[in-house]
Design a protein around this ligand. Structure first.
Ligand code: HMG
Ligand code: MG
Length: 299
């Protein structure tokens, strides 16, 4: 398969990235990050989560962040919602796109959202209904698609079944999460071939954590499999609080550098994206996790 001419990057740094920060990040710093990402040309930003603050304290205040950001037309500003309560809070905060998150692993589902896979899908049903009634778009996630921190190997068929269920429920797209970053390009291609037998490739996205340094290679493998939507995290921020040792998503700057080099259009300006990553890194008091940003700094 040939490479796509354009790719949609979903920036998950403000959510997947910051949810795993040890130190609290101020509302002002979160707002500045989202605004910088918008100014860099990012067209989909996952801004926060409406989850229990006891489970993920770093995402408390997501409503305030939504209220303060500059929302540009044509840009999707989305939030995670694990249950109807989260959805209603998101709706009240003016959110127009949400994401529900399931897993391909039973143990991860229990640890992350305290219920089985089947129960999680049942919990999403009222969200889907309320979303339809309010004209809200819903994205779906499947975690642990290339391995689970508790169960190890996960069958691609199981990923395909959960992905199909999410689409049948009304999700417009399913993002496949390599939560612990153990996937390699060969396993990624096999996974996508199995899942694509049940879900059209244009409704699939790749969400690669870079724990084992495989994320860019996995994205390239996915491009060759006809996938053209990828999640990434500016400055490589992040991890997952329920997947011990999981490092951040692949750095957005590094993905963009690769896509620019391949002549694939994203609409995002690399220099401005690097600046957005350096801004949040400064606010966090640590070095950027983007190799491209580091190289530019030392050039
Ligand atoms: P639970 O304890 O089973 O739920 O948690 P509950 O209904 O019994 O409620 C417990 C308490 O939470 C109650 O408060 C509720 O009011 C409150 P209390 O009475 O104890 O004071 N509560 C809420 N508060 C705020 N917002 C809500 C909400 N719902 C209940 N929406 C629950 C179940 C799903 C709530 C919990 O497990 C949870 O919040 N989990 C979130 C986990 C999470 O955010 N994980 C990280 C995101 S997923 C991820 O990173 C993976 C991804 O990146 C893809 C990949 O990499 O694979 C997407
Ligand atoms: Mg993630």
């Amino acid at each position: 398969m040939s490479l796509p001419r354009s790719v949609r990057l979903v920036e998950v740094g403000p959510r997947d990235g910051l949810q795993n920060e040890a130190n609290p990040v101020s509302i002002a710093d979160k707002v500045a990050l989202v605004n910088d990402l918008t100014d860099a040309g990012v067209r989909h930003i996952e801004v926060g989560s409406f989850v229990s603050p006891k489970w993920v304290p770093q995402m408390a205040g997501s409503a305030e962040v939504f209220a303060a950001i500059d929302q540009h037309p044509g840009v999707a500003y989305s939030a995670l919602t694990p249950n109807l309560r989260g959805f209603e809070d998101a709706l009240a905060a003016g959110v127009r796109q949400v994401a529900v998150f399931a897993a391909a692993s039973e143990s991860f589902s229990q640890r992350n959202i305290n219920c089985s896979i089947k129960e999680s899908l049942e919990r999403f049903a009222p969200i889907m209904e309320a979303a339809r009634a309010n004209g809200i778009q819903v994205r779906g996630y499947v975690s642990c698609v290339l391995g689970c921190p508790y169960e190890g190997v996960i069958s691609p068929q199981q990923v395909a079944v959960v992905s199909r269920e999410l689409l049948d429920m009304g999700c417009y797209e399913v993002s496949l999460g390599d939560t612990i970053g153990t996937g390699t390009p060969g396993a990624t291609r096999t996974l996508l071939e199995v899942v694509a037998a049940r879900v059209p490739r244009q409704q699939l996205a790749g969400h690669f954590h870079d724990t084992y340094g495989q994320a860019l290679a996995n994205i390239y493998a996915s491009l060759l499999e006809g996938i053209s939507v990828f999640d990434s995290s500016v400055a490589g921020l992040g991890g997952c609080p329920y997947a011990k040792g999981a490092s951040g998503n692949v750095a957005s700057e590094d993905v963009l550098y690769m896509l620019d080099g391949l002549g694939i259009d994203t609409g995002i300006d690399l220099d401005r994206l690097i600046d957005a990553g350096l801004g949040i890194s400064r606010a966090l008091g640590r070095a950027t996790g983007s190799r491209v940003a580091k190289a530019r700094l030392s050039a």
